[in-house]
Design a protein around this ligand. Structure first.
Ligand code: SF4
Length: 833
């Protein structure tokens, strides 16, 4: 039963259509290594996807102590058995022969192998010396969105209460700090209001800067299945590229980069002008409407059309759909979060829903999306610039409460200033006040903006850098100590996806060599540092994943992200469960704010907020007077032009982004053969009009140069908006002879050679969408196409059939996934282990 589908060529697989308000049918996808049949599998071990934020539930197939494949978990609410391409093929990276298997230390300029004791003693002794000589502010931690909840929580405790430093942040700063900040600004607290189930009920789905087809492909399957079923939703797409979403949209708006606030203000203008505001909802649940109405009053579609270069009629068309939707679901991602005025723009989407009373009901919700699989945990555990449990660092009662959980003096927990954000940490390292930086599970030498600067910071003699990772990444190559980490499938823990669904991920196989789970590394460090609570007992009282989870439950008790109703036992074998899950909601909570906003009260809120234009903090006194009863805050923002405008030597706008087949800096997906082959090298997208004007064509090798640096790649001519270039940010240097960065023989390859050191004033998220650049020809293609996939937003403007020089992206037999629609859920998963 079932069929085999090449899931590189057809990434979203076969349709299982369903009608509005119906349950999404199950379809079980399975991919096994060549020569392995289902009967050969000795054990199926429960987990969820680690290569995006969707939280697809997966079973790992184990035979002979090795991973030999994966299948989707039919019992799970998130994916109902489906796998995206990265789910199906990404697991192979675990067994890559170049995994780190022993610790490394720098000796005489070279990294040499050593044992764990030597490496950890070095890290601990350097920490102690810095604490003695320079104090806790000399030590910083930069973590990831890919470790597990238990690991972030342990890191937060050791950094904030052990070391006592304020410098702890995640690469989620680059990813979803704007999502968190937008939720805090509107609802007083982080926490995703909506649910993926809203896709089943919405009549209008609006995707703002969110190429869901490539970033969360399984939820795109869900939308595609609705589009093919009865009473399909109408889609609105805001994206400058011709994404798959754009092609299926009823209205596609492709604005000029950096103009989201102008566009969204015009949409709000139309909602107010046409009387589509739900006055009862606004009156009962919000403050700030009058200010918003005043701000958007002059923002007519014609005004926005001039700024955004989008026809006014199309803005009206989109506003009409938004204004008349019976159940509206909006989703937001990097086209908003990584662009100019990021938080101001993301908040306007929340405002749209507050104005229309579209919250907390099936089909009516906002998904301020995450990018990474465990970004939510970085945020809630306090490893991403916030205190654990969404506590407010400015509220002494919250700090005292946290100090009680940890049995430390409140003064031990730094709360003299906002927790330091990543861009500031690198600035401190550059300026010399930060002397030790411990980087876990992330690769800033490729992913941060303006890479020449980042490399120069990481290689400073005075900065002691510890890198904890799976491979000798570009960043690890620059480190003083490299710690080999175990990863997904090799350790146990939990993580939470973008719609608050908590999944358990069990250990399936042993890590390679001497690699250790991140939790074990942090616990080892904690022991060596001998961190104590205020009574002289050990600060960290847990010793393994499950005891760490139980400790986290105590910290989350009574907070918005309450995990007290969850346990490993409850999560094992069943579907993931959405927090809050506690005595009042033992089966979890599908949507927040069904009964109005609950966490915005001045005594409860995670933040008092910021001015959306300047980032200036709102004081507690101001907040109390604005919002004494803790309602949702409707916050207005005026449009400001982007900081860099094209012209002169740099006539193009340049945006960076991602492709379906890769995750981040390809440390894992570049080592999965099917994914690597689908998108093996960097490319540069340009519109047909711009290519013609410059005398350029498909496959031409070009240099893309910004005021910061340059990269070299082959051109793909697409339907992208004229004036804009797109470069995927995944490609670095680990698989080039240069290793960690460009050199005389290796030109720039990373998109971030060109991006700017600039960030959103509110969320501190770096801007990756509004650089300016020039394109110059290096060499004509001579028939050689670019490496860009043809199946995605990078599809050529002319079809591969009409341009045979561009082969269609395919995976062949190695990429076959077995799909079984409507499998028997009892036989096909749930009983993993
Ligand atoms: S690629 Fe960017 S947005 Fe996506 S998960 Fe990574 S950091 Fe987040």
């Amino acid at each position: 039963m079932g069929e085999w589908v090449d899931r590189i060529a057809e990434p979203w697989g076969t349709r299982t259509p369903y009608g509005r308000h119906q349950p999404w049918p199950a379809r079980q996808d399975m991919h096994l290594a060549e020569g392995v049949r289902p009967d050969d599998v000795e054990r199926w071990v429960q987990t969820a996807s680690i290569l995006h934020s969707d939280g697809d539930a997966i079973d790992i197939a184990v035979r002979g102590g090795a991973m030999v494949g994966v299948r989707g978990r039919v019992v799970d609410r998130v994916n109902r058995g489906r796998l995206g391409p990265k789910d199906a093929f990404g697991w192979q990276a675990n067994a890559s022969p170049d995994r780190l298997t022993r610790p490394l230390v720098r000796e005489g300029g070279r990294l040499v192998e050593t044992d764990w004791d030597t490496a950890m003693d070095l890290v601990a002794s350097r920490s102690r010396a810095l604490l003695r000589e320079r104090g806790p502010g000399s030590i910083g931690f930069y973590t990831s969105g890919q470790l597990f909840l238990e690991e972030y929580y342990t890191l937060a405790v050791l950094a904030r209460a052990g070391i006592g430093t304020n410098h702890l942040d995640g690469n989620t700063r680059l990813c979803t700090s704007t999502a968190a900040e937008a939720l805090k600004e509107s609802f007083g607290c982080d926490g995703q209001p909506g649910s993926y189930d809203d896709i089943d009920h919405a009549d209008v789905i609006a995707l703002f800067g969110h190429n869901i087809a490539e970033t969360q492909p399984v939820q795109w399957m869900r939308i595609l299945d609705r589009l093919d079923g009865a009473d399909p939703p109408r889609l609105i797409c805001v994206d400058p590229r011709p994404t798959r979403v754009a092609r299926r949209a009823a209205v596609h708006l492709a604005p000029r980069g950096g103009t989201n606030v102008a566009l969204f203000n015009a949409l709000l203008h139309e909602i107010v002008r046409t009387g589509r505001v739900d006055r009862d909802y606004v009156e009962a649940h919000t403050v700030g409407f009058d200010e918003l109405a005043k701000t958007v009053a002059p923002c007519t579609p014609e005004w926005a059309a001039g700024i955004c270069d989008v026809p006014a009629a199309k803005i009206r068309e989109a506003a009409e759909l938004l204004g008349t939707a019976d159940r509206l679901l909006s989703t937001v991602l990097q086209g908003v979060y990584q662009s100019h005025q990021a938080t101001a723009a993301a908040v306007q989407i929340n405002n749209l829903h507050l104005l229309r009373g579209m919250l907390g009901r099936p089909g009516a919700g906002v998904l301020q999306m995450n990018g990474q699989p465990t970004a939510q945990n970085t945020r809630e555990c306090g490893a991403d610039g916030d205190l654990p449990g969404f506590r407010n660092w400015e509220n002494d009662a919250h700090v005292a409460d946290l100090a009680k959980v940890w049995n430390v003096d409140p003064a031990t927990i730094p709360h003299y200033a906002p927790p330091t954000h990543a861009m500031q940490m690198f600035r401190y390292a550059e300026q010399g006040s930060l002397r030790m930086l411990w980087i876990s599970g992330t690769n800033p030498a490729v992913s941060l903006p303006e890479l020449s600067r980042i490399r120069s910071v990481l290689t400073r003699e005075r900065l002691f850098t510890v890198v904890q990772d799976l491979f000798l990444t570009e960043t690890a190559q620059l480190a003083d100590v490299v710690l080999p980490a175990a990863t997904w499938g090799e350790k146990t823990g939990t993580f939470t996806n973008a719609d608050r669904t908590v999944h358990l991920s069990d250990k399936a196989v042993e890590p390679p060599g001497e690699a250790k789970p991140d939790l074990d590394i942090f616990l080892d460090y904690t022991r060596r540092m001998d961190f104590r609570d205020k009574d002289g007992g050990p600060l960290v009282t847990w010793h393994d994943p499950e005891s760490a989870f139980e400790a986290w439950k105590r910290c989350s008790a009574g907070r918005p992200c309450d995990y007290t109703g969850l346990s490993y036992g409850k999560l094992r074998g069943a579907s993931g469960i959405q927090w809050p899950c506690n005595a009042q909601a033992p089966e979890g909570t599908d949507r927040l704010y069904g009964d109005g906003v609950t966490w915005a009260h001045p005594d409860a809120c995670e933040t008092y907020g910021k001015d959306l234009v300047t980032g200036a903090s709102v004081s507690v006194v101001e907040y109390r007077s604005l919002n004494p009863d803790g309602k949702a805050v409707i916050k207005a923002a005026e449009y400001l032009p982007p900081h860099e405008e094209p012209g002169g030597d740099h006539p193009f706008q340049l945006t960076t982004g991602r492709t379906l087949y890769h995750f981040h800096t390809r440390t894992k997906t570049g080592r999965a053969p099917q994914l690597d082959a689908a998108a093996p090298d960097v490319w540069v997208e340009i519109s047909a009009a711009d290519a013609a004007a410059q005398g350029l064509g498909e496959g031409d090798l070009v240099d893309v140069t910004s005021p910061r640096g340059s990269l070299r790649g082959r051109l793909r001519v697409t339907g992208i908006r004229p004036g804009l270039l797109f470069v995927p940010f995944h490609y670095g240097y680990w698989d080039t002879p240069a290793g960690s960065g460009p050199d005389a023989a290796t030109p720039g390859r990373a998109a971030n050679e060109t991006t700017v050191t600039d960030w959103d004033p509110v969320s501190k998220q770096p801007l990756f969408k509004t650089a300016t650049a020039a394109v110059t020809l290096v060499e004509k293609a001579d028939g050689r196409p670019s490496a860009a996939p043809t199946t995605t937003a990078s599809a050529p403007a002319s079809s591969p059939a009409s341009s045979p020089a561009i082969p269609a992206t395919e995976g062949g037999p190695a990429a076959h996934v077995h799909e079984v629609p409507e499998p028997d859920s009892h036989n096909s998963s749930g009983g993993a282990r």
